[in-house]
Ligand binder design. Structure first.
Ligand SMILES: C[S@@+](CC[C@H](N)C(=O)[O-])C[C@H]1O[C@@H](n2cnc3c(N)ncnc32)[C@H](O)[C@@H]1O
Length: 564
């Protein structure tokens, strides 16, 4: 199996399944399919799953086997056909390998439109909505036929997975390789709901180590079963170390250990932690000492300038424009923290700011006074605006709807900031309201009179809150942790009313690059003293496990630009 070129990866979402995965899924599926077997592979590439079928002894047991494998790329379909012909040399097997776009093939003839299968296998294409051209409109009509409204941002795999499940006969199985987006992204909600509505048992298998080298997207395996009568549902997840840990016991253990629940109780907030650990963690999170960040504070994305390179400038640019910090004729220059600026402690001080400013970082936000007549602006400022127009900033989405285009919106500041994305851990930081920032940092404000901004910033640093960041946040790609406003509101934290000395000590620890484990040793003693030793150990270990698992994804950035 030769991995496709970078352009094939991007254009047709081609990333071929490693043998250990296709063998595992094929064996798992065949072992559970007892009558005559009717297999669908929606996008077979060069035939990873067909190859796995050829080496399965179960297929040769004399049962009637029908295989339908489709592939849009003619060259790859030809390679699959060779394997299909090999399968067909067994008299009990028919294998139809079709070179076609999937949706047009399945929807092209009435007799195929309602075709059902008792085993669906594969690895659907991962193609961004903007690149999903061939088959998109048919895929959308198929979703409409199924009565579903799909988010406009949805990746191609969403349509393939939903269609695949819709084609499962009663008492059937599905085994797919899909992006871990299913667990994280808003657009995956439709698939989650469809899977829980139509399948009875769903197991998601993740990997601690790399299984698809050189690709950014994290993948999981979806194993699902549809029964004849759908009453109760089982949904579970497990993370195995690597491909060599894939075995049939995973499914059997899942069936035995997971209790079925009503469909309304199915919770897709899956974590790759054992059920036993999760239920202990849930109990800890319910303690009265643990608050939800959303109950004591609120947040809002930072200022959206529409063109950071134009509105956020360094001190050299200020002198070129002959303006200084504060009010100038026609423009205010506000202090700001730029996107790549270092916030070393838990307080961003005026001294830190001065240091960044002296290092010629973009520490200045230009807020034009739109009441000031443009024709009265200095030549330097007028030329700057004209230069912006030459670069067509005024036609950008965000700016075209503003009058004039160089006006600013929502220029307000808060005492607390939080970077939207972080590496090993995230932290809140205290700052003066004089200091603004753009949308790489959230604005956070405290809504509880009894809690000071300093207390909130300090209290955020503890193993339990960090665990909750890993549980609620998402892996942005490359091992980066990203939090959305809603996720920030769901974070859990204990409140410790810290002294000035404690705050200064913690600030110093961060500034001295003390390891995060040592920092947590210090803060957990103060903030998590309502937990016993073994509970604290469980929380710390669970955070460490999820954090390392996420950060391992960093290594996935390889030579290829592959998207899955
Ligand atoms: C992720 S690869 C998986 C290939 C193979 N199933 C495997 O597991 O190795 C996805 C495949 O889908 C094919 N594909 C993309 N869009 C398609 C479409 N609309 N119809 C049929 N095949 C498509 C690509 O050419 C690519 O070979």
């Amino acid at each position: 199996m030769e991995q496709p070129s970078t352009s094939a990866v991007k254009e047709r979402g081609a990333y071929y399944t490693p043998k250990l995965i296709s063998d595992f899924i094929v064996n798992w599926g065949l072992e559970r399919t007892h009558d005559s077997i009717n297999i669908l592979e929606q996008s077979c590439g060069d035939g990873a799953f067909l190859r796995a079928l050829t080496s399965s002894s179960r297929l040769m047991e004399g049962k009637n086997v029908k295989i339908l494998a489709i592939e849009m790329d003619k060259k790859e379909a030809k390679k699959s056909r060779v394997i299909g012909n090999q399968l067909r040399s067994n008299s009990n097997i028919t294998c139809n390998t079709v070179a076609s776009e999937y949706f047009s093939y399945m929807m092209g003839v009435k007799s195929r439109a309602n075709k059902k299968f008792n085993l669906v296998l594969g690895n659907p294409p991962y193609i961004k909505q903007s690149k999903f051209v061939k088959g998109r409109s048919l895929a959308k009509s198929r979703m409409e036929e199924l009565g579903l409204k799909i988010n406009q941002q949805s990746n191609a795999w969403v349509y393939f997975v939903i269609d695949a499940v819709s084609r499962m006969s009663p008492d059937s199985h599905i085994g797919l390789v899909i992006p871990a987006d299913i667990l994280q992204l808003a657009y995956a909600k439709a698939v989650q709901n469809y899977l829980t509505d139509h399948l009875d048992d769903i197991l998601i298998i993740g990997f601690d180590e790399l299984v698809f080298p050189n690709i950014q997207q994290d993948v999981v395996l979806l194993l699902g079963k549809k029964s004849k009568s759908t009453m109760n549902k089982r949904l579970g997840s497990i993370s195995v170390k690597n491909l060599s840990c894939l075995n049939n016991d995973l499914w059997e253990n899942f069936l035995h250990s997971k209790k079925p629940v009503n469909v309304e109780e199915v919770d897709w907030n899956l974590q790759f932690l054992s059920d036993q650990k999760l239920s202990k963690i849930d109990k800890i999170l319910e303690r009265k000492n643990v608050l939800s960040l959303g109950n004591i504070s609120d947040n809002r994305i930072g200022i959206v300038t529409g063109a950071n390179s134009f509105f956020c400038v360094d001190k050299t640019k200020l002198s070129e424009l002959k303006i200084k910090g504060g009010r100038n004729k026609g423009v205010y220059v506000k202090k700001m923290i730029g996107s790549r600026m270092n916030v070393p402690g838990i307080e961003y001080t005026q001294k830190d700011h001065h240091k960044n400013h002296s290092a010629n970082k973009r520490t200045n936000l230009l807020v034009f006074d739109t009441k000031y007549p443009r024709k009265k602006l200095s030549d330097e400022l007028e030329n700057y605006l004209s230069m912006g127009e030459e670069k067509e900033y005024h036609t950008r989405n965000q700016l075209a709807r503003r009058t004039p285009w160089f006006s600013s919106e929502h220029v307000i500041s808060t005492r607390i900031g939080l970077y939207k994305r972080s590496a090993e851990f995230c932290k809140l930081f205290l700052k003066s309201e004089e200091i603004y920032h753009t949308d790489t940092i959230y604005r956070i404000w405290v809504e509880d009179d009894k809690i000071t901004p300093g207390t909130l910033v300090f209290s955020f640093v503890n193993s339990l809150t960090y665990l909750s960041c890993e549980m609620h946040g998402r892996n942005y790609g490359g091992g980066v942790l990203e939090l959305t406003p809603a996720e920030i509101r769901s974070l859990k934290l204990p409140i410790h009313d810290c002294t000035e000395d404690e705050f200064a000590h913690l600030d110093e620890m961060f500034r001295n690059n003390t390891s995060i484990e040592q920092i947590l040793d210090y803060t957990d003693d103060l903030t998590l003293n309502f937990l016993n030793k073994s509970e604290r150990k469980l929380i710390r270990e669970s955070w460490r496990y999820l954090k390392n698992r996420r950060m391992n994804r960093k290594k996935r950035r390889g030579k290829s630009n592959g998207t899955k």
